[in-house]
Write a protein that binds this ligand. Sequence first.
Ligand code: NAD
Ligand code: USQ
Length: 392
Amino acid sequence: MKIIVLGGDGFCGWPTALHLSAQGHQVTIVDNLVRRVTDIELGAESLTPIAPIEERLAAWRETRNTPIDFVALDVARDYDELEALFRDLQPEAIVHFAEQRAAPYSMKSPRHKRYTVDNNVNATHSVLCAMVEAAPDAHLVHLGTMGVYGYGKAKGMRIPEGYIDATLHSGGVSTDVEILYPVDPGSVYHMTKTLDQLLFLYYAKNDALAITDLHQGIVWGTTTEETELDDRLVNRFDYDGDYGTVLNRFLMQAAIGHPLTVHGTGGQTRAFIHIRDTVRCIERAVSTPPERGGRVRIMNQMTETHRIRDLAAMISGMTGVPVEHLDNPRKEASENDLVVANDTLIGLGLSPTKLSDGLMNEVVAIARRYADRCDRSKIVCSSRWVKPLAAE
Ligand code: NAD
Ligand code: USQ
């Protein structure tokens, strides 16, 4: 298949582009490399030394004798170029990762909030507009988030895959309907993903676009079969307080002997998936496009759930590094349960990689290898969800 990977230089996008290419697909990466610029803004680079994009692509050509093309373009702003690219390439699938994806970054300041909304909503809307004009038969596979459901209301209920049956009551009349599960975002970033959902609903209905929205949990791990082939193919490893996600952060903190930074009680339960499963899930989603004219296909892309303090206790037990409970910088429930349906991906043949499969030690080993690249002052999250009161 001809596949465009938007955001293909990022943490999930790069290993996905390699995996799709390794499966024999013809891959074009589109990225404006803004994530590398954000590294400079934050003064915190990936723990692993990622090669410039040209070097990455040359390494892949040399390793697998398969070219991956690259187009530098801002998906949110360079609309005419995006439409022209879709028209020229006529992709069968478009995988969309090209958004600002860190919740703490999205809460740093009005500039960061507005950038996140402008970038993410415009990127998704531009992709949909350009598909209507130039590639209406392509299948869009978008990386969404489990966070659209929120983490408080389900109360033991199994979170369904996107939709829920509801009965509306008004004026003495009741109607049964299927609706999107009520959204409850926990950050400006997560809110942009709920807005994406409405854009998909509209364009699937109005223009019969074929769309799959993958509601993904927190990705952990860093290497895949393909990124291990050459040092120049190494994937990102974010550890800083903005972009580092919780499990990779704890594993990296354990590797350098930094106390594990549990926010508040650590009673939050979240969904997780290993990066190796991310790339397999996307390949399966791409290979099984929904019919045009149907509803948006939504899959929960996660393999297990864990409470944050249990993860910290497990890693502390493995490594002897102490746990530190910090004031929670976020506005989030201090405790929540989470039970999630993931039947569609299991039905498509995914055999989940679990924490118990020994890969946590692999992450610790990688973090130890690059420990001298870590700036310890960037570890604790400094972004706050709510402004402190003047008296504080
Ligand atoms: P990332 O920041 O590492 O990668 C995103 C890539 O998109 C970067 O290379 C960036 O330069 C590019 N990009 C951003 N805006 C762009 C624009 N306007 N034009 C062109 N390129 C642009 O993030 P990631 O971790 O790879 O996440 C990718 C997607 O997966 C995101 O949409 C995120 O919401 C979703 N996701 C990630 C996780 C996770 O734990 N990492 C979990 C669930 C969902
Ligand atoms: N947390 C800690 N200590 C830390 C870091 C985080 O206790 O050092 C806690 C947070 O308070 C939160 C939980 O761990 O309760 C998860 O935080 P996270 O930063 O790992 O994940 P999150 O902000 O939700 O975002 C990440 C990705 C995002 C994706 C989302 C999937 O950055 O792109 O959408 O995971 S999900 O969480 O399922 O919505």
